[in-house]
Design a protein around this ligand. Structure first.
Ligand SMILES: N[C@@H](CCC(=O)N[C@@H](CS)C(=O)NCC(=O)O)C(=O)O
Length: 252
């Protein structure tokens, strides 16, 4: 492990945080962990908003400078710590990789967030008075997220909204299966940031809806999942225990 110059602000169950933890462990980069309790709104505290004005995790701080957005963070790490390279060597491979990191942000994230938040909704604003809840919500920096949190505190998503999310999950599984039928890894012949960006979402779909991935279906995708989840870095990143707070927080 390298000397610690990195701080990671992250969530235990957060898919975007798992992306970054997996990249750090694959590269053997030591970091100081700061786990935030998202359902207790710690990501909206004024000091954290100075690092990440969007009020979300993860945030990486390297040599005193914050880097935000999980897909940008993993590319930053690969640029700064190139000893274990995780980008394809050729331009076409890197283009394929970036299509997947973009897809993870724009499509896969949106497919899983409603059922994920719905599952954890009982913890949102738990134990807060109405006044404290309204005060907390007023600190959420974007109107879209404020409305999401208000809905969690009021009972979560409808059946129809969850069904729409499940359709999006199936579309993610189909797309990954098609790609993996043609090559061993998402961006081609080598394990890359494309796989790191997508595995938290495939893992989350598997966790929320195991019935979508029964044995005998999605054979290429499930083979990829098995290869990836047997890597030591996967276990460290997904069953994260390198922070005393990990014991107190829910993981999915
Ligand atoms: N595009 C951002 C999304 C970050 C994001 O939405 N993080 C979630 C956890 S996966 C979060 O912080 N949620 C808490 C909130 O919205 O208050 C990234 O990839 O870093």
């Amino acid at each position: 492990m390298t000397e610690v110059t990195i701080d990671l602000y992250h969530g235990l169950a957060s898919t975007c945080s798992k992306k970054v933890r997996l990249c750090l462990y694959e590269k053997g980069i030591a970091f100081k962990s700061h786990l935030l309790d998202l359902q207790k709104f710690e990501q909206h505290q004024p000091d954290y908003l100075k690092l990440n004005p969007n009020g979300v995790v993860p945030t990486l701080v390297h040599a005193g400078k914050p880097v935000i957005e999980s897909s940008i963070i993993i590319e930053y790490l690969d640029d700064e710590f190139p000893d274990v390279p995780l980008k394809p060597k050729d331009s076409y491979g890197r283009a394929a990789m970036r299509l997947w990191t973009k897809y993870s942000d724009e499509v896969a994230y949106k497919a899983v967030y409603a059922p994920t938040w719905h599952k954890l909704r009982h913890r949102a604003a738990e134990g807060l008075s109405d006044e404290a809840r309204n005060d907390t919500l007023s600190r959420v920096p974007s109107a879209e997220r404020r409305e999401r949190w208000a809905r969690m505190a009021e009972g979560g998503y409808s059946e129809q909204e969850l069904e729409e999310a499940y359709d999006k999950m199936k579309a993610c599984l189909d797309r990954a299966e098609t790609t993996l039928a043609a090559a061993p890894w998402l961006a081609g012949e080598t394990y890359s940031l494309a796989d790191i960006a997508m595995i938290p979402f495939i893992d989350r779909i598997r966790n929320l809806r195991p019935d979508f991935l029964p044995e005998g279906t999605y054979t290429h995708l499930l083979d990829w999942y098995r290869r990836l989840s047997s890597r030591p870095a996967f276990k460290k990143a997904f069953e994260f225990t390198d922070d005393p707070r990990a014991k107190e927080l829910p993981n999915l």
